[in-house]
Design a protein around this ligand. Sequence first.
Ligand code: GDP
Ligand code: MG
Length: 209
Amino acid sequence: MDSLKNRTLLKVIVLGDSGVGKTSLMNQYVYKKFNRQYKATIGADFVTKELHIEEKPVTLQIWDTAGQERFHSLGSAFYRGADCCVLVYDVNNLKSFETLNTWHTEFLKQANPMEPETFPFVLIGNKTDVDGGNSRVVANKRAIEWCGSKGNIPYHETSAKEDINVDEAFLGVAHKALTNEHKQDNIYFRDMSISVRDILEDQPRGCAC
Ligand code: GDP
Ligand code: MG
């Protein structure tokens, strides 16, 4: 069994306009289920998925909104400590593509990462199945250009409904998140070791019994 010590926890947040399929993607990835209707609010703040990357055990903690994205009012706990931000749009909905700039900016403002230029984002264009692709309004090329303009964000196209490319997209997310986690590790453990030493030094010496 993998010990907890060796397991890497990665926080991933999923952003994008309401209705693009964020909750559906997560459900398809984690539970292998697709429902037509989801309640606006889900019970938990996040779902988890265990996986291995290059033989390293990783827990992806994927945070979904509870519908507050309609009002662009996600609390600071949602953004705090994110290792990767997944932006989702619907390839059949131009507005959801145009709003990506706002989500990108909003994430950087709220999460305030140490290195905003290199923070890992992943873009997902969802609902490729609709009308056999005939309702599509955002071309693959246009999405790739947008990714290029934001520092080469990796791009995946998916159908949460038909379970097309969903696993591959989240695997890409996990890889991206891992690169950010490595950078933060040093700082995290340095702080931890100080606090553990402080606690130990506060303990009374010898046996009190
Ligand atoms: P969210 O608001 O971004 O979380 O979007 P939801 O996951 O709630 O999905 C909104 C609607 O789009 C629901 O009716 C879903 O069933 C539907 N939907 C989500 N993903 C897909 C997809 O890949 N293909 C199709 N055809 N419908 C989808
Ligand atoms: Mg949702």
